[in-house]
Design a protein around this ligand. Structure first.
Ligand code: SF4
Length: 117
């Protein structure tokens, strides 16, 4: 039960309400098994989607999220998955995911569009 919940944290759930993540089906991406955030106990809170009021940039996100993402072995895949979801859904960018703030992911998306234009 708890492993299902923690597996569902990362990038691909970025714009979805917290209460739906537990029912999110495993999409079979093996990289998720290596996600650093799998070890986090979400019963104590969700630092990836709970910004700190009054802070800006990376400081806006709790240190635990920044630390775990920065050390995560699948950070690049997570970021790519999040950005793909964000682009396709059109729901916006939320949370500190793949080691990137929403603003950083927006900037990367713009750079990517410029490269393919
Ligand atoms: S980069 Fe961060 S949000 Fe993504 S899987 Fe790793 S720890 Fe989780």
């Amino acid at each position: 039960m708890s492993s299902n919940r923690t597996v569902s944290l990362s990038a691909f759930t970025v714009t979805r309400p917290t209460d739906t993540r537990q029912s999110e089906p495993d999409r079979g991406e093996p990289w998720k098994d290596q996600a650093a955030c799998r070890t986090w106990d979400f019963t104590v809170g969700d630092p990836w989607f709970t910004p700190i009021p009054g802070k800006k940039g990376r400081d806006r996100w709790p240190l635990v999220a920044r630390s775990m993402c920065d050390e995560c072995p699948v950070k690049a895949m997570c970021a790519r998955d999040a950005m793909t979801y964000e682009e396709r859904s059109g729901e916006g960018r939320f949370g500190f995911v793949g080691g990137l703030t929403p603003e950083e992911r927006s900037a990367l998306a713009l750079l990517g569009k410029g490269a393919t234009a």
